[in-house]
Design a protein around this ligand. Structure first.
Ligand code: EPZ
Length: 424
């Protein structure tokens, strides 16, 4: 396993190109199952999760050809050769559960391993299963596998999700595109990645209304065709670098990303003393005052403050003047970065799902351990401003979701390097 060593104290100045969104690319890739024609996706980030999903899709008979230079992937499922998504692959990348809906819809049968939990929570998939059952799939849980069948095909239904779920909305929306009749999804998730998936499905011939709202209507079709689609920019990567710019005190411009998709950052960062401006697809961030001020944040489903930026925001609050309260409402165990930040001198007290962060003048570099994707990057951000050197161990977590982060940060002045980690 490798590590990243960071020499703190350098403001970040310059431009960073934002990659395509991991959390849009993954569901878009599973949409290839819905058609026997090729699906070509552009701006697919070169990430470990993308490679893992290609392996799962390959098991099902979906060919994939990814060009890391052009960031284009060509997926083709002329026929489904197997309906089994095995445990040893699904456990590596939980988003593999997103093959379930498309597989049942296209093939009439699916055996997908339960993904199991991860560092941030138990990550149940009951909402995915209940939604597909309401579309007429027969579902049994057999030895850790979800065995779903719909030999007569799926039928449209009115589905009211009891809880907002990004993945369940995506899985059921994809399945409904090939169901007989109309499906309405009430209390649907509204994330931009879902809208991006829906827009691609419409280009494939699906008929979908209400994308971006909490009620999505899908009129089923007998088949879908192939298409080409460009993945939206990664708003979480963009938000991460906005916070990095705010923390280090430089002037950072993020290229080809959508200010509207990080609207939830504008108010808290403005209150913290940070200027964010957008012009024609670029975002510029600059600290407006000598020192940042503490603010409170609470994570919520989109368009609320995203849980995927909670750790990064907490990192910023550790050096802000005053205190800030961070409340995590989406996942039950998403404070794994706290003990690591405390090792760097942060003053954080956790009470259940809230963490009180009291700003300190300086963090001190230390050896820290990455635990999950977003916690890892919060430690990198802390290292960028800490006094001395910080080494973040187990950075494979980081490379699941951030394309070329060492390269991108180095181009804007960060002093960091990737090293082999014999110890880990
Ligand atoms: C997606 O996960 C993202 N992953 C996550 O990003 C993101 O944090 C999350 O949405 C919330 O925005 C991808 O898109 C690949 P959910 P997902 O279903 O779909 C509970 C990252 O760092 N729930 O919206 O799994 C669940 O436990 C990752 O990029 C059920 O109870 O999230 C959680 O408490 C981490 N039953 C809440 O709902 C279910 O069947 C929201 O989960 C499904 C979810």
């Amino acid at each position: 396993m490798d590590k990243i060593r960071i020499q703190g104290g350098t403001p970040l100045n310059g431009e960073i190109e934002i990659s395509g969104a991991k959390n849009a690319a993954l569901p878009l890739m599973t949409a290839a199952i819905l058609t026997d024609q090729p699906l070509i996706l552009h701006k697919v980030p070169d990430l470990r999760d993308v490679a893992s999903l290609c392996e799962v899709l390959g098991q099902l008979g979906v060919t994939s050809a990814y060009d890391a230079k052009s960031k284009t992937i060509k997926l083709h499922a002329p026929a489904i050769s197997s309906c089994v998504a095995p445990y040893e692959l699904v456990r590596k990348m939980r988003a593999s559960i997103l093959v379930l809906g498309p597989l049942v819809a296209r093939h009439g049968e699916a055996k997908v391993s339960l993904p199991g939990g991860c560092a941030i929570g138990t990550r149940p998939v009951d909402l995915h299963i209940d939604g597909l059952k309401q579309l007429g799939a027969e579902i049994e849980l057999i030895e850790g596998y979800i065995h779903a069948t719909a030999k007569q095909g799926l039928k449209g239904a009115h589905i009211h999700f009891p809880k907002v779920s990004v993945g369940a909305t995506e899985n059921v929306m994809m399945a409904a595109t090939l169901a007989k009749g109309t499906t309405t999804l009430a209390n649907a998730a509204r994330e931009p990645e879902i809208t991006d998936l829906g827009e691609c499905l419409i280009k494939m011939g699906a008929e979908i209304e209400g994308l971006g709202t909490d009620t999505i209507t899908i009129h089923g079709k007998p088949f879908l065709r192939g298409t080409e689609h460009t993945v939206i920019a990664d708003r979480i990567e963009a938000g991460t670098f906005v916070i990095a710019g705010a923390m280090t005190g430089g002037k950072l411009t993020l290229k080809h990303c959508n200010l509207q998709h990080i609207d939830y950052l504008l108010d808290p960062l403005h209150k913290a003393g940070v200027d964010i401006t957008g012009d024609g697809g670029n975002i510029t961030v600059q600290r407006a005052s000598a020192r940042l001020r503490g603010v409170d944040i609470m994570t919520e489903p989109y368009p609320g403050f995203p849980t995927d930026l909670q750790a990064q925001m907490m990192s910023m609050l550790t050096i802000a003047e005053g205190a800030g309260m961070v409340t995590e409402t989406i996942f039950e165990n998403r404070f794994m970065h706290v003990p690591e930040l405390v090792r760097m001198g942060a003053d954080i007290t956790v009470h259940g799902s809230s963490a009180l962060v009291r700003g300190v003048a300086k963090l001190k570099g230390a050896d820290v351990m990455a635990t999950d994707l977003r916690a890892s990057v919060s430690l990198v951000l802390a290292g960028l401003v800490a006094e001395g050197a910080t080494t973040v161990h187990r950075i494979y977590h980081l490379e699941r979701g951030y394309e070329n982060i060492v390269g991108k940060l180095s181009t804007v002045g960060a002093k960091l390097e990737r090293l082999k980690d014999e110890a880990a």
